[in-house]
Design a protein around this ligand. Sequence first.
Ligand SMILES: [Zn+2]
Length: 277
Amino acid sequence: MDPSARELHRLRLVSLGLALLCAGAVALAAAPAIAAADGASAAPKPGASPHGWVRQTPVPILVYHHVQRHLAGYYLLYVGTSQFASQLRYLRSHGYHPVTMQQVWDDWTGKQRLPRHPVVLTFDDGYPDQYFIAAPQLRTYRWPAVLNLVVDRGTKLSDSQVRHMVRWDWEIGSHTPHHPILTHCSPAALRRELVDSRRALEHKFGVPVDFVCYPGGISDRRVMRAARAAGYLAATSIHYGAATPRGRNAFPRIAVYWGESLATFGRRMRQAVARAR
Ligand SMILES: [Zn+2]
């Protein structure tokens, strides 16, 4: 078992109590099934319109939930305030450039070139500490991020705060209205979760919402087909890896966890990119 696999195995153990909502551990446990389904999705032929891949740059997509001073839950859902600051300094000193999902897509489809060492920072669910702690730190670097927002959120991130984040170059991704495990939804409910959230977010915040993050990171082929039918360009999961165009139905991401060393943080990004090449 390589070091990364050992870490993930350890995380599964410490996260066994985590139930379904925001279930990083559940999603990690489900990773092989998701990966198999993801691998079954065929990429269009290069040059095919409108989504012919001009480039296939692998991009690490980081997953954050809470950024706060004290660990108040599970390791996979929390990163410390100073830990997060250290990670941003690490990204800058190692030449990483945070970008949005749309920028990644535009690179792959030839509309725009990504900077060297691109990375996407995604924040799931919509928690106040993402506004009060993560966003101000990112602003000091003028870096964008992605907010995967639950529409009917009990998470207390207000519409006004979301609008501020949009002004600060945060891209909004759909995380459904109710955060259900989509593989358990009826066809009608699945359609509502995927279509309604996109419409509601676009209407409320006046921005395109072209990417969806599966609640709990969990999907299957039926869910992937429904996401495509709802008009999303791509979707994100939570199994480990770097994103490439062929995985657009369920991009892997890299969960960042409480107390992770900077060496591990950097190594897991580099390993994910190397494996995706
Ligand atoms: Zn979530």
